[in-house]
Ligand binder design. Sequence first.
Ligand SMILES: NC(=O)c1ccc[n+]([C@@H]2O[C@H](COP(=O)([O-])OP(=O)(O)OC[C@H]3O[C@@H](n4cnc5c(N)ncnc54)[C@H](O)[C@@H]3O)[C@@H](O)[C@H]2O)c1
Length: 382
Amino acid sequence: MLVFYGTQCYNSNGKRICAECDLVSCLFARESVFIKGLKSTMKKFRVAVIGCGNISVMHFASIAMTESCELVACCDIKEERARKWAEKYGVVYYTDYNEMFDKEALDAVHLCLPHYIHSKVSIEAMERGINVLCEKPMDVSYEAAELAVKRAEELGVQFGIISQCRYHDSSRFVKERISSGKLGKIISVASSLTWVRHDDYYKSSDWKGTWDKEGGGVIINQAIHTLDLVRWIVDSEAKEISCSMSNRAHPSVEVEDSSEGLITFENGVRYGFWCMNNYGINENIEIRIHCERGEVRLGYNDAYITYSDGTKEEAHNQEEEECCGLGMDYWGIKHVRQIRQYYSALAGCEELEISGREALKTHKMIMDIYDSAGMKSAFLKK
Ligand SMILES: NC(=O)c1ccc[n+]([C@@H]2O[C@H](COP(=O)([O-])OP(=O)(O)OC[C@H]3O[C@@H](n4cnc5c(N)ncnc54)[C@H](O)[C@@H]3O)[C@@H](O)[C@H]2O)c1
């Protein structure tokens, strides 16, 4: 069943022209109507990717699928990685991003870097007037992330943070149904994430598995998507957090591979979560939301709602996009949607949906989870 929900298309002046599209056609229409109208008058945004490791494939592909921007360069301190992507897309590559900033007159950079340099590189780009779209998480501390948000606001640049799971059809459907009031108030939420990261995953990286460079393990790197989805759907900020974490099956790394806890949001909703990186496979996540007038089950690709009167609704991710099949299944296929939204905002056609300020709410919750569990501070005190 294809579920439609209210969102809008835009004409070439950025004005709404319809309110009845489903998200897929809406975002495509928004891009194509916008581009058709403005193609002759608008230059494409000049864009570069910094960090050509695992996730960069989704950024390169999404940029290529977004008509309002063009890749002009890429950068990685590991020259062979930068060269590989530069050759694929026919652009120049650098091993020093400052040299790239000097030479390329960039409008925007995509940061696909280790966590501990996200804010530093973001601010360096912003101070040259370059807009930034940074991979999650914002950084390894709250202070560093907040500083980047403040600098973006002072300098008037667009600062976006990737959280692509909000762009899944299933997530958007649940968000809309709950926001509309149809399900009544949320009573409780629970989520589980049972994934696996083998020792090789950590061994192949010089920053993953460390407190100072990754900033944590399963919470900050994997469960962050689930925690962000819940916080966004509950539409409130965390007030109290009580949680525990441990490293149960990864003796070669410092960080947690398991965590569970209870979060109470400002609006009173209670949320219990459980996550682990030491399961046998990467299973679908499960988010259960109990509401006054029904119950929601949300995974990455599907959402099911059962209303108290017995009626049912469901939504499923559309898989027709070219990004499908790139990267890992559990990354989802929606980078392209968020990246298009970012450039639409950069063109002044709409508000940036996941700004640094918006992402900071989830980042604060993540940092408070670490503070509550005490494992990170105990390690850093040693
Ligand atoms: N949104 C998602 O679903 C998703 C999935 C995977 C990773 N990520 C995020 O993407 C980011 C990168 O993760 P990854 O798995 O691709 O890591 P990675 O280690 O594979 O890639 C990082 C790259 O950055 C390069 N690098 C490091 N310092 C640099 C510098 N100063 N200048 C230029 N390049 C530099 C490294 O050489 C490496 O190639 C992280 O923030 C991670 O959490 C997001």
